[in-house]
Structure formats: C-alpha cells, structure tokens
Design a protein around this ligand. Structure first.
Ligand SMILES: C[S@@+](CC[C@H](N)C(=O)[O-])C[C@H]1O[C@@H](n2cnc3c(N)ncnc32)[C@H](O)[C@@H]1O
Length: 303
C-alpha cells in the first residue's frame, strides 16, 4: 500500500535513527502512486549526502515521541493490514504521529470548519477520530477546544495505552474506545466531524493493482466509509488525511471502484460532496505532499 509503505521509512529519519537501519523504499510501489516529479524528488532526497549536524534539514515528518529505534517494522507491507501487527507494535511504542501533526493542519482545519460549519462551536462539536493509534492528535485537538472528542482503534493495547497517557478523569469529554472502524456501533448521526489520519491507508496494504484494486480492499474501505457516512450528522464533515494522491484516493471516496457481483445498493455513491486540499510542509522541495480530503454530508450543518 502506498501511503504506509512510503510513510514508514519517511518518518524514521526524523527521529534521529541511523538511516542504515531504515528499510529500503519500495520503489515499485512508489512509482505506482507518485508522480514522476515527486518520485524524482524523493530519489534525490534519499541519495543526497547526510546533512551536517550544524544545519539540520527542515523536517518532512513530525518526530515521534518514542525512540523509533525500537519500532517493529513489518517484514512485508501487508502486515500493516493486520490487527496482530498493530497490537504487537503498540505493546512497546508509546507515541507516533503518522504523516502530519495536529500543528501542521490546525490552521487548515479551522478554516474548513469556519467555512463549512460556521455555527458549530468547538466546544459543542461531537468529534470522532477513527484508527487513532497512539498519535497525540486527539489530545491536541481536545486542548484546542474540541471538548467532545471520541477516538477509536481496533487495537485494545493502544486504547489502554491512550487511556493511561490521557486519563478521562483529567480530560473530561476525551473518550477512548476499542472499535473496528469498518463496523462501528455508534448510533446514526452521532458526530459533526469524523477525522481519519492515515487510518484508511492501513486498509490499503493489500490493494494490489492501484488501477484495479483487490475486491477485499474495495469492500473493506467501502464498509468503513458507509459507517462514516451513517454516523455523520446532516451537514457533518469527514476529513481524511493521507499520503495517497487524489487520482487514486478520490475513486474510493466516491465509491467508483467496482466489485464483481456487487448489488445496486453497494454501487451507490456516498451522499457527500468531496474536495481535496494539499497540505503544505513537504520539506521544502515543493513535490512531496500529503492531502486532506474534505467530505460534507448534505443537510443543514448542526446547531
Ligand atoms: C497508520 S496508523 C495511523 C494512526 C494515527 N491515526 C496517526 O495518524 O498517527 C493506522 C491505525 O489504524 C488502526 N486500524 C487499522 N485498521 C483498523 C480498523 N479496521 N478499525 C480501527 N482501527 C484500525 C491501526 O490499529 C492503527 O492504529
């Protein structure tokens, strides 16, 4: 899968780890997902001599709080699609922020909310983070005034870890739940805002041919998005932050991939509008981006 296979090695150098121990990028996969210009920039970046200590390069990825020398990197990208991998990883890793930090997108988030849901105050918005992992993002959001924030992950060890790090008693309104994002048990129309940062990416590891993805991947991501659509309130927003380029990812977000034998109902699009924003912070070369996909369910924005 593109986002995770590319992002995992990208995050490690930030941590100050020895680049000799980083796995080699999967160039074949990257070539399928990156534009030629971005691919060339990445090759140049990785083959450049190491920077002198006196002038460290701008950071392309947020530094993880935990010492990443201990990160259990998977033997194959497909492992990112298994709960067993995440459970094992979260037994030892305390904190890691994939792709971007809250600070990187706080301004963009504020602008999007002000433009799409002007009546919705931070304090009242019911927010859901899916596949939260051990990222500090949920707590940062909470500290920024989103006082009704629920985070879910299907890995029980990571939810236990987050409850230890950010106890509900000290953070009333910040909730942690073990839950599968492809089979959520929240009531319909429970949330004003659903945020996915690199979570759907984890479903894509067995994507196969990016132009004609594996049916199981299409079905799983569709299950997740149907649930997101269901739990959103009218006018609610779904923000998906990913490494995946728009020409690949938008097809999923519009339900445009076809699966043999699927029903008419399964073919139906999601009711939302879709716009794509490019997230700055590419290390300065102007080529290596992340994206925020902004979906809004029709209807009057809440309150
Ligand atoms: C790449 S990490 C992203 C973590 C975090 N959102 C971040 O940005 O740092 C993917 C996360 O999705 C979780 N995940 C994968 N599949 C899931 C599923 N079906 N339901 C809930 N969580 C899932 C994993 O346990 C992992 O924490």
């Amino acid at each position: 899968m593109s986002a995770l296979s590319a992002a995992a090695p990208a995050a490690a150098p930030d941590s100050g780890s020895d680049s000799d121990s980083d796995p080699a990028p999967n160039w074949e996969l990257l070539a399928e997902t990156l534009s030629p210009a971005a691919l060339a920039a990445l090759r140049a970046q990785l083959s450049a001599p190491p920077p002198r200590a006196a002038s460290p390069p701008p950071r392309a990825e947020p530094a993880p709080a935990a010492a990443p020398g201990s990160l259990p990197l998977p033997a194959s990208n497909r492992e990112y699609g298994t709960r067993a991998y995440w459970d094992r990883r979260f037994e030892t890793e305390e904190s890691f922020d994939w792709l971007v930090s809250f600070r990187d997108v706080a301004g963009m988030l504020g602008r999007i909310l002000a433009g799409r849901s002007p009546g919705l105050g931070r304090g009242e918005a019911e927010v859901l983070l899916v596949g939260c992992g051990n990222s500090p993002f949920s707590h940062e959001l909470y500290k920024a005034g989103f006082l009704r924030t629920t985070s879910i992950d299907y890995s029980a060890p990571v939810i236990a870890s987050m409850e230890r790090q950010y106890p509900p008693a000290d953070n009333p309104g910040l909730a942690w739940r073990v839950m599968d994002m492809t089979a959520m048990t929240f009531a319909d129309a429970s949330f004003d805002l659903v945020i996915d940062k690199a979570a759907m990416d984890a479903l894509m590891v067995a994507e196969g041919d990016v132009w004609n993805p594996d049916a199981a991947v299409v079905t799983q991501s569709r299950a997740m998005l149907r649930h997101v659509e269901r739990v959103l309130r009218p006018g609610g927003l779904h923000l998906h932050i990913s490494f995946a380029q728009p020409h690949f990812r938008e097809k999923y977000l519009r339900n445009e991939h076809r699966v043999e034998g699927e029903s008419e109902a399964e073919r139906e699009g999601y009711g939302w509008s879709l716009e794509t924003e490019t997230i700055a912070g590419d290390g300065g070369d102007g080529c290596f981006h992340h994206f925020m996909y902004v979906m809004q369910k029709p209807g009057e924005p809440a309150r």
